[in-house]
Design a protein around this ligand. Structure first.
Ligand SMILES: Cc1cc2nc3c(=O)[nH]c(=O)nc-3n(C[C@H](O)[C@H](O)[C@H](O)COP(=O)(O)OP(=O)(O)OC[C@H]3O[C@@H](n4cnc5c(N)ncnc54)[C@H](O)[C@@H]3O)c2cc1C
Length: 296
């Protein structure tokens, strides 16, 4: 199959995914494909559909809990789709560009509006999929259009108003099978010093409150409401420091699970279940996962 896959981009065989997911779960896949153009992504999807080849799209792996068993299929990384095109206040960005990189790049081009995202280690594709958000600003706020491949293998561009989005979810999360290729945003003119000061402030806040020194995938659960953070519920139950093997509820931030070294996907899932069940038993609240479990 490797010769076939090479038609669509750069291919690696028997790849450890440990450095491709921010929990550092140590699992491997048979193939990793880095398609080199939008057309190549589409051609690969056509080949995979026609030949029953298992695949999944992986952004920066910063919002997923991978399974522990070998993935005998193709992990598709869109990191070759990294165009950034400026046209006055409009910016068109490939799905593989990192959001935290873009946050700083637009400042260098005299624009502002993504300072909130400077600490989010995800790609544009993954961030639109989950409608990434921080400090009450979300990626859909500045979005104009998204270009994607539909399950019928059409390349389509939709305006924001045609796409459903809500707290930590989007049309793409609700309708699996669409592959985001690029997005166009509009930003305001900015003041570089002011933007950099905001970024520094946000970074200092994250450093003080989040366990950035350990592997994690950010917040585990969605907040049940604006006034009821999941972290507070978990903290009030005394669950900080709770462990399942090397997976631990962070002592710094109760809504983060960290990997102390050799946590498996199963350890993380078991700890999530434990926290979920304890919150349910005490408060009768069903916490909803913000992170995504990837099974195969
Ligand atoms: C330290 C830390 C802090 C964080 N802080 C925040 C925060 O403040 N706010 C926040 O919202 N999140 C936060 N996160 C979580 C995470 O970084 C974001 O959710 C990010 O947007 C995920 O992007 P990704 O590229 O890593 O997606 P991945 O984890 O790789 O993928 C997530 C999902 O998106 C799908 N996907 C990825 N790319 C595409 C594509 N091109 N087309 C279709 N589907 C695709 C994947 O298949 C998967 O289902 C944090 C994570 C960490 C580790």
């Amino acid at each position: 199959m490797i010769e076939e896959l090479k038609k669509y981009g750069i291919v690696l065989e028997n790849v450890s995914l440990k450095t491709y997911n921010t929990y550092r779960i140590d699992v491997s896949c048979k193939y990793m494909l880095h398609p080199t153009s939008y057309e190549k992504v589409k051609e690969f999807l056509k080949y995979a559909n026609n030949n029953n080849v298992s695949y999944f799209i992986l952004g920066n792996g910063s919002n997923v809990i991978l399974a522990d068993n070998f993935f005998d299929g193709v992990v598709v990384k869109l990191d070759q789709l990294k165009k950034i095109l400026y046209n006055e206040c409009f910016v068109t960005v490939g799905a593989g560009v990192m959001l935290n990189f873009l946050a700083r790049d637009i400042i260098e081009h005299g624009l502002s509006g993504l300072e909130w995202a400077s600490g989010i280690p995800g790609t544009i594709g993954g961030s639109i999929y989950g409608n990434a958000e921080a400090y009450k600003t979300a990626i859909f706020d500045n979005l104009e259009t998204v270009t994607y491949i539909t399950p019928n293998l059409e390349i389509k561009t939709s305006k924001k108003k045609e796409l459903f989005y809500n707290y930590r979810t989007s049309y793409f999360k609700e309708n699996p099978g669409n592959v985001i290729l690029e997005a166009t945003f509009s930003f305001n003119q900015g003041d570089k010093e002011h933007s950099l000061a905001i970024i520094k402030d946000r970074f200092d806040r994250r450093l003080a409150t989040q366990p950035l020194e350990y592997p994690s995938a950010g917040s585990v659960f969605r907040n049940p409401s604006l006034t009821l953070p999941a972290g507070k519920l978990i903290d009030d139950l005394g669950l900080k420091g709770q462990k399942v093997n090397d997976a631990m509820v962070s002592v710094k931030h109760a809504n983060f699970i960290i990997n102390l070294g050799n946590a498996t996907g199963k350890d993380i899932r078991n700890l999530i279940q434990l926290v979920h069940d304890r919150v349910k038993a005490k408060y009768n609240i069903d916490l909803i996962l913000e992170q995504e479990i990837k099974d195969w």
